[in-house]
Design a protein around this ligand. Structure first.
Ligand code: PTJ
Length: 248
């Protein structure tokens, strides 16, 4: 990879772009993932490539949900696996969540490459290889899940995807936490907790909140969950994008 000087004004964005490129070369990320990344970058640019106050509040509510859940799962696709594998493993550890591979462009080779990549970054168990259950009402590959993983979970964290699985998981009564830089995307719109932020910032931020909230009682966590307003979070992000103003 070309060395990017740390003082380069778009350093973080360029590093992120290289990770996705490398992900494609290693068979982890799909070629469509490059397009998704470009779309995300445009929104991130408009957000000022920073975590809004409203996204930080969403990350805190997400952490509370993951800690309260009976069984939480972090869904992993080819983009997020390339962008922040170590941070995903750390978030799973901080919350007790499972990691499960779930792909739109699913092939056995990609599933294996992602599972190996996560294990190389410290994951002990990676679900989604067996895929012995289906999410009802979905005709594409993302319907394939593990019976003792996403199918059984009561809270699922879904980073960047299109919205139909998000809706189907909601219909199964699961609490859905979505990370997506586009506040108008279908998955962000249907999420119980939409985090409008880059996954490379949001995943470690949720882990940081989870570690801070770990000593809180279930009642205190429930107060945080109840106080969170998804529509207000989406409105704040949309306002920031349209007006280029800070919400904090
Ligand atoms: O690995 P697979 O086969 O499961 O495929 C994954 C992709 C991402 C290719 C697939 O889910 C897809 O095509 O997604 P979309 O429909 O392009 O949606 C991607 C969404 O994620 C868009 O709303 C982008 O704005 C957003 N996005 C892209 N990069 C990031 C992001 N959100 C947060 N952080 C990012 N780095």
């Amino acid at each position: 990879m070309t060395e990017i000087p740390s003082e380069h004004p778009r350093h973080d964005s360029l590093v992120t772009r290289h990770r996705i490129e490398e992900g494609v070369e290693r068979g982890i990320t799909s070629r469509q993932g490059l397009i998704a990344q470009g779309r995300g970058e445009a929104f991130d640019y408009l957000l000022g490539e920073r975590t809004l106050e409203s996204a930080d509040e969403a990350a805190r509510a997400a952490a509370a949900h993951l800690l309260l859940a009976r069984h939480s799962v972090l869904s992993v696709n080819g983009n997020v696996a390339a962008l922040c594998p170590e941070e995903l493993v750390d978030l799973a550890e901080a919350t007790g969540a499972d990691l499960e591979i779930n792909l739109f462009n699913r092939t056995d080779e990609r599933v294996e490459a992602i599972a190996d990549h996560l294990r190389d970054h410290g994951a002990r168990e990676v679900k989604g290889v067996r895929a012995d259950a289906r999410i009802p009402g979905l005709s594409h590959e993302r319907a394939k899940v593990d019976a003792d993983g996403i199918y059984d979970a009561d809270a699922v964290l879904v980073p960047l995807e299109d919205g139909d699985r998000a809706e189907a998981l909601g219909a199964m009564g699961k609490t859905e936490i979505v990370i997506d830089l586009n506040p108008l995307s279908r998955s962000a719109q249907v999420a119980a907790v939409p985090i409008v932020d880059n996954v490379v910032r949001a995943v470690p931020n949720v882990a940081r909140h989870a570690r801070e909230l770990r000593t809180h009682s279930r009642e205190e966590l429930a107060v945080i969950v109840d106080a969170f307003d998804p529509e207000a979070a989406l409105d704040a992000a949309e306002r920031a994008i349209r007006a280029g103003v800070s919400d904090d």
